[in-house]
Ligand binder design. Structure first.
Ligand SMILES: C[S@@+](CC[C@H](N)C(=O)[O-])C[C@H]1O[C@@H](n2cnc3c(N)ncnc32)[C@H](O)[C@@H]1O
Length: 313
């Protein structure tokens, strides 16, 4: 039995182990600016969680991704919009409500129980800081988040670059309303938005020169229908494409938590065949993959934050 009373704190080393590399001073400082207090779980608690996942997979019918979900997203982001309207400059209004539903996260191959507030959201923010710090060069003029929701990730760009134009795209119109308000309230004056559907990319929407695009937990929503979006990007040729998404190919079917995560991806119709598809494009000399790594960080049901970086040739 693991003792379950001791409060621990995620350290820089824990994140370096998760990401498999030494982290920059910027990311280290970002980790230190959070609390990340948690408890280990007992064997019994761990088994209860495994049972909950299996029951969900076998007995429940969680809603699947696809075209019919647009309304759910409209309604969800409308709630954040109303919060933002009612508060003065409150960035917290932009935090999606789906984080921390079960107050359990997976970290380096096990479940842990967060004590600090917004633990999962803040671990994801570290990953966002990590990609911005590593890939947002000074000569970039525009950065686009596709499937940006409330645009809270985009605002993190300002920690590393105050000049770049930031663009939030989403199929939900309430996302564009949020961004208009962010601009109007002066939270960010260089933020822009555009309505964009992965299933029907607006090929007339041209990316500016010197652009980077990224997605965070949103391409996950297309299942195996990612090809049109990738074709759009191949035409637009941004300098870099970055994804923090669930990537089945990077998990190991012979490890229990990975296996359950892959089964959950299937159950919800999350992103599938994406990395294999990119590898095919690489063989055809259409793209170059610069990074494709899992990072051992996730929620109760999935490890959903693997990082892929590629560029059109
Ligand atoms: C889990 S949320 C993530 C939002 C944001 N990236 C974040 O990290 O907070 C998924 C987002 O993908 C968007 N989305 C889902 N399907 C889409 C589609 N077909 N085209 C464009 N956006 C889509 C949703 O509207 C939602 O904003």
């Amino acid at each position: 039995m693991i003792k379950n009373k001791v409060t621990k704190k995620l350290t820089i080393k824990d994140f370096e182990m998760a990401l498999g590399e030494k982290l920059s001073k910027f990311v280290q400082d970002s980790i230190l600016s959070n609390e990340f207090k948690y408890k280990e779980l007992s064997e019994e608690q761990n088994n209860e969680l495994i049972l909950l996942i299996i029951k969900t997979l076998v007995e429940e019918n969680p809603v699947k991704t696809g075209d019919s979900r647009i309304n759910d997203w409209e309604i969800g982001w409308e709630e954040n919009l109303n919060l933002l309207k009612s508060k003065k400059l409150k960035i917290e209004s932009l935090i999606p409500k789906y984080f921390s539903k079960y107050n359990v996260v997976r970290f380096n191959g096990r479940f842990i129980q967060p004590i600090s507030e917004r633990f999962e959201k803040n671990t994801l923010s570290i990953l966002v800081d990590y990609i911005f710090d590593k890939y947002l060069e000074n000569n970039i003029d525009n950065i686009y988040e596709f499937g940006c929701g409330t645009a809270h990730n985009l605002l993190q760009v300002r920690k590393v670059n105050t000049e770049v134009n930031i663009w939030g795209l989403d199929w939900a119109k309430s996302s564009q309303k949020i961004i208009a308000l962010i601009n109007k309230k002066g939270i960010d004056k260089k933020i822009n938005s555009h309505n964009f559907n992965y299933f029907k990319p607006d090929i007339k929407f041209n990316l500016g020169k010197n652009s980077i695009i990224y997605t965070v937990a949103s391409l996950e929503q297309v299942g195996n229908r990612w090809e049109k979006f990738i074709n759009y990007l191949l035409l637009q040729k941004p300098k870099l494409c970055i994804h923090i998404e669930p990537i089945e190919e990077l998990l190991d079917k012979n490890i229990l938590l990975d296996y359950l995560s892959i089964k959950y991806f299937e159950k919800r119709n999350y992103l599938s065949g994406f990395l294999s598809g990119l590898k095919k494009l690489e063989k055809q000399n259409k793209i170059k993959i610069l990074k494709a790594d899992r990072n051992n960080i996730g929620s109760l049901f999935i490890e959903g934050y693997s990082i892929i970086v590629w560029q059109p040739i």
